[in-house]
Design a protein around this ligand. Sequence first.
Ligand code: FAQ
Length: 324
Amino acid sequence: MSAPALERPADGPVDTAALQQQFDAVIAAGHRIEPRDWMPEGYRKTLIRQIAQHAHSEIIGMQPEGDWLLSAPSLRRKAILLAKVQDEAGHGMYLYSAAETLGADRADLTDKLITRKQKYSSIFNYPTPTYADVGVIGWLVDGAAICNQVPLCRSSYGPYARAMIRVCKEESFHQRQGYELLMTMMRGTPEQRAMVQDAVDRWWWPSLMMFGPPDDDSPNSAQSMAWGIKRHSNDELRQRYVDMSVPQAEVLGVTLPDPELALDPATGRHRFGAIDWDEFKQVISGSGPANAERIARRRAARDDNAWVTEAATAYAAKHAADAA
Ligand code: FAQ
């Protein structure tokens, strides 16, 4: 629920202290901030940064699995994959729309992505050499995305929180289709089982990195949590994800590639080995295995399809003129 917008005379002085007080009260009460509401500049900037990175991740995230669209092993698998990749495009669109409610310009955000001024998730910089990667992305990557994004349905910014509700419902379908694909492969030949294990070995550690740096090295977490943009810390969500994934791996019959992974009977949580944060830093600074390819393809998609945007803009302008 959002608080009523603060009334002030159109040409009167702006009482920033009163506006800040009202904003703080809305956040403290756990209510929503809406686009019409006054908000501190830092809150707006942080939201644009996170929502834009999230949107970019969905759009770039179409590429690793999209690579398999033309060679999916059956018509059924192709239909499922096509639906999933289209869903990711839809998520990107909701998120760019949410960023626009904060005054961001969609074309400008795309420009910032392809000139590397804004980031996208580290996870989409790894290649997908076998079809088991499609299943493992669904199981682990969408699983991590759900873990991270379900709490964002309670984020303090209304348009972001509402976009997350539909996104999470679709991510749940994505996770299940991935797990079902892997279950099918695990019931198959020894080669298929080996393919699944190999994909799990390659994606497990990068999936843990999706939650961001450790809490004591996360410059944005404290303020984002105080503002109610994030509801849990990076490490809390990572732990929740590990605890959720271990029994799923057991049912599937795969081994998670971490010899230190063990249930701590005292806490009921799983201890796990050290994450390679140097690899994470390299990937987010543009030197991951597929960074250059991902950005080059996004740039080409924008440039090659510029005529569609131009035609749609001209069409909308013509209709607006006819209606005037
Ligand atoms: N990759 O201070 P923090 C998906 C950056 S969608 C790249 O902890 P924050 C669906 C961070 O931006 C996946 N960069 O930052 C799908 C910051 O850089 P900056 C995307 C990362 O924002 C599935 C710096 O490090 N999900 O998977 C990463 O408080 C399958 C310091 O970090 C979202 O975006 C990373 N992993 O927390 C699609 C969810 N982690 O901006 C296709 C929303 C951190 O200062 C197929 N976002 N950085 O230069 C969030 O929850 C947060 O932004 C975090 C990072 C948790 C990602």
